[in-house]
Design a protein around this ligand. Structure first.
Ligand code: ADP
Ligand code: ADP
Length: 234
């Protein structure tokens, strides 16, 4: 129902969805990007695509991702900067899973400025650890279009098959409990401090990401309305 609603967003804005693995950033940013008519830029998806294609980047990233660690900043920044040069990014975009370290955030700030973007709008997805485990261990993703499901909370109509394009659903190798543990450690050490960094800049919003998908979507819509209103564009 609400999937048909289009959010009118003023041009030229960068959104960043922050939060731990499994918080629902991918689910929300895919919807959000569609509704706002801007590209969804997931560094995780870009890296997994490179791994699948067996490119030089993929060969470098694969063992790091399998261990649940973060890919080096320089490698990620090069990939992001190349993507941002695409003409579809001129009107704004939503980052999912990026930036993940302070150096990435600082470098992104400079790139945004250079490209005439103002300060980003950053949304921190807050969620309790027990919810995260349920979300990560129950996650299945479409191998064709990337649609995200959950066997407990958002199952497909036919088990193992994507509702949208009939693609086969697969489990991510890094959603195994022992890798999840490492990813949560990386998040706590390297990514969580970004919330304080963006709060100091006055650009941080927080959503209760333990809520249902529709409720989180509505909270994000509210943020867009408020930000657009504040800047006098509505
Ligand atoms: P992230 O990109 O932050 O790692 P995902 O969007 O991939 O998170 O979501 C992780 C899992 O949780 C998926 O299985 C997804 O279907 C499920 N999920 C996402 N948002 C919600 C929600 N609000 N309520 C219940 N399950 C959710
Ligand atoms: P999730 O949201 O479930 O943590 P992602 O799909 O965002 O998963 O990321 C999967 C993996 O890809 C990470 O564990 C990490 O190895 C790598 N990765 C993704 N984005 C970045 C980034 N911005 N910096 C470094 N590594 C990244």
């Amino acid at each position: 129902m609400t999937a048909a609603v289009r959010i009118e967003m003023a041009l030229h804005r960068a959104f960043i969805f922050l939060g731990p693995p499994g918080a629902g950033k991918g689910t929300q940013s895919r919807r959000f990007a569609e509704r706002c008519g801007v590209p969804h830029l997931s560094t995780g998806d870009m890296l997994r695509d490179a791994v699948t294609r067996g490119t030089e980047l993929g060969r470098l990233a694969r063992p790091i991702m399998e261990r649940g660690e973060l890919v080096p900043d320089d490698v990620v920044m090069k990939m992001v900067e190349e993507r941002l040069a695409g003409p579809d990014c001129a009107g704004g975009f939503v980052f999912d899973g990026f930036p993940r370290t302070l150096p990435q955030a600082e470098r992104l700030g400079r790139v945004l400025e250079k490209n005439g973007f103002g300060k980003p709008v950053v949304v921190d997805f807050e969620v309790s650890p027990d919810v995260l485990m349920r979300r990560l261990t129950g996650r299945w993703t479409c191998s064709v279009g990337g649609e995200i499901y959950n066997v407990y909370d958002a199952p497909p109509k036919v088990p193992g098959i994507c509702d949208h394009d009939g693609g086969k659903l697969v489990q991510r190798p890094d959603d195994r409990p022992e890798v999840v543990k490492e990813r949560l450690v990386a998040y706590e050490r390297q990514t969580k401090p970004l919330a304080a960094y963006y709060r100091r800049q006055g650009v941080l919003d927080v959503v209760d990401a333990s809520a249902g998908v529709e409720q989180v979507s509505r909270a994000l819509e509210e943020i867009v309305r408020r930000v657009e209103g504040r800047d006098g564009r509505l």
